[in-house]
Design a protein around this ligand. Structure first.
Ligand SMILES: [Zn+2]
Ligand SMILES: [Zn+2]
Length: 451
């Protein structure tokens, strides 16, 4: 094994002994990440071990306050901390928007030493952006194994009704008490599983990027994620039962995925075209003023949609490509701009600005196609490493996770567009880009027609 995963006596998760020749700098995560049963009662001790200062703001919403916030607050107060409770009370699901961020900001005092977030995605992100702006450390108490963002440094937020991303900081201390996490509703557990299963696609795309574009692929990060995924798929019944073992494995898979971002400094191991589709659905539904589907559920469903495309490509005969007709079908800069405006609406321009490399000239397109032809066996190997659709679908069905876009209120026009423009969201290489560059998009995505 090119790395070692262990726990110290305090239940602190440690990744060590990384051996990798990929050439990247491998940073060892410096955060204190704890996973264990009943460890929420060690919160004060964990904080005393790492942070100085006694004054904190504890952020929860009305739901997470009842689950864990009240317990943590009283524990910290008895241990001599001065705690300001900032409970974001909402009738509906909390949105990490300007109101939420503003409430947390106003709870801060001149002498606040650190912030404590008690919750999952929205609470963690809301607190994270404030902690970063106020330059204060954050302690994160997870309440649901629903996403891989506990260890993230990016905050997805909503501002004036539009999804934005702002830089944040990774919490210094992350505490995942499996006794708390296993009380999370089943849809949040399914969301966590969906978010993790998408990583099979991310890994294959990363490897295809190495083959076509000489991208640096980190074996250790790839393996950390694959090991976690394998354990997860082997234990779906434990996860369904929300047993200690099942919830621990899911939590580890989510945390370890996040840790690869710290190790390698980017999200290549954890997000690709399946995440692009999920972000697209979310973005477009918000533009239309409709409720956006949950992140993990979307990633799970989009994984089921793209996986068959991958598997089918493994049987492609690229030697039969007619390069002349591929060239005739190559898209001009003007047509691409028009397409991006149609697909992405108001988000098109910023996406094009950030991904200039996606405007290909024919020489570059042909280089990629020729490379895929010569190295097809290696591409097939990356695809063969992905489990079959039935394995992934069966796992999600057993859990009761949503399986179709319809279950997420994604209508057919939006679905079709998303399958066609997922490749255009970022420059990062994907099999969907390759299919398009080989002139095969209409063949592979025939069931997703545009008009
Ligand atoms: Zn995700
Ligand atoms: Zn590496």
């Amino acid at each position: 094994m090119p790395y070692n995963m262990s726990y110290d006596k305090d239940n602190r998760l440690i990744i060590s002994d990384i051996v990798c020749s990929c050439g990247s700098v491998h940073n060892r995560p410096t955060q204190d990440i704890y996973v264990g049963s009943g460890i929420i009662y060690n919160t004060a001790a964990y904080i005393q071990k790492r942070l100085s200062g006694k004054n904190c703001v504890l952020v929860a919403d009305n739901i997470t306050w009842d689950i864990a916030g009240a317990k943590v607050s009283s524990q910290l107060k008895s241990a001599g901390f001065h705690v300001i409770d900032c409970v974001l009370t909402r009738k509906e699901r909390l949105e990490p928007d300007e109101t939420a961020v503003g409430e947390v900001f106003l709870a801060l005092q001149g002498d606040t030493d650190f912030l404590v977030s008690v919750g999952s995605g929205s609470i963690t992100d809301t607190t994270r952006v404030v902690a970063a702006r106020a330059n204060l450390p954050q302690v994160c108490i997870g309440t649901a194994p629903s996403m891989d963002g506990y260890t993230s440094s990016i905050c997805p937020l909503t501002y004036h009704g539009v999804k934005i991303h702002r830089p944040g900081k990774c919490p210094e201390i992350i505490i995942c008490d499996t006794e708390i996490l296993k009380t999370a509703p089943m849809d949040m557990v399914c969301a966590g599983v969906g978010d993790v299963l998408g990583k099979y696609i991310a890994k294959a795309d990363w490897k295809i990027g190495r083959i076509i574009n000489d991208e640096v692929y980190c074996d250790v990060c790839g393996e950390i994620v694959t090991d976690a995924l394998g354990k997860l798929l082997d234990n779906i019944d434990e996860i369904k039962a929300r047993s200690d073992k099942g919830i621990r494995l899911l939590t580890e898979a989510l945390l370890l995925s996040g840790m690869t971002i710290m190790i390698i400094g980017h999200t290549r191991a954890v997000a690709s075209v399946e995440h692009n589709i999920a972000h697209y659905w979310e973005m477009m539904q918000m533009f239309k003023g409709r409720p956006a589907p949950g992140h993990g559920a979307s990633v799970g469903v989009s994984t089921l949609l793209v996986l068959p495309v991958f598997k089918r490509f493994a049987d492609e005969d690229l030697s039969a490509l007619d390069l002349d007709s591929v060239r005739k079908g190559a898209i001009s800069r003007e047509s691409r701009v028009e397409w991006m405006r149609r697909a992405y609406g108001p988000a098109a321009q910023p996406i094009m600005n950030e991904n200039e490399g996606d405007f290909l000239n024919w020489d570059e397109q042909m280089r990629r196609v020729t490379c895929a032809q010569t190295r097809f066996a290696q591409i097939r190997q990356c695809i063969d490493e992905i489990p079959s659709l039935s394995v992934i679908e069966d796992a999600m069905r057993r859990l009761g996770a949503p399986l179709t876009p319809g279950q997420l209120d994604i209508d057919t026009p939006l679905l079709n567009l998303s399958m066609r423009c997922a490749k255009d969201y970022r420059t990062r290489y994907t099999l969907f880009k390759l299919i398009n560059e080989c002139g095969l998009e209409d063949k592979y995505l025939a069931e997703y027609p545009l008009d």
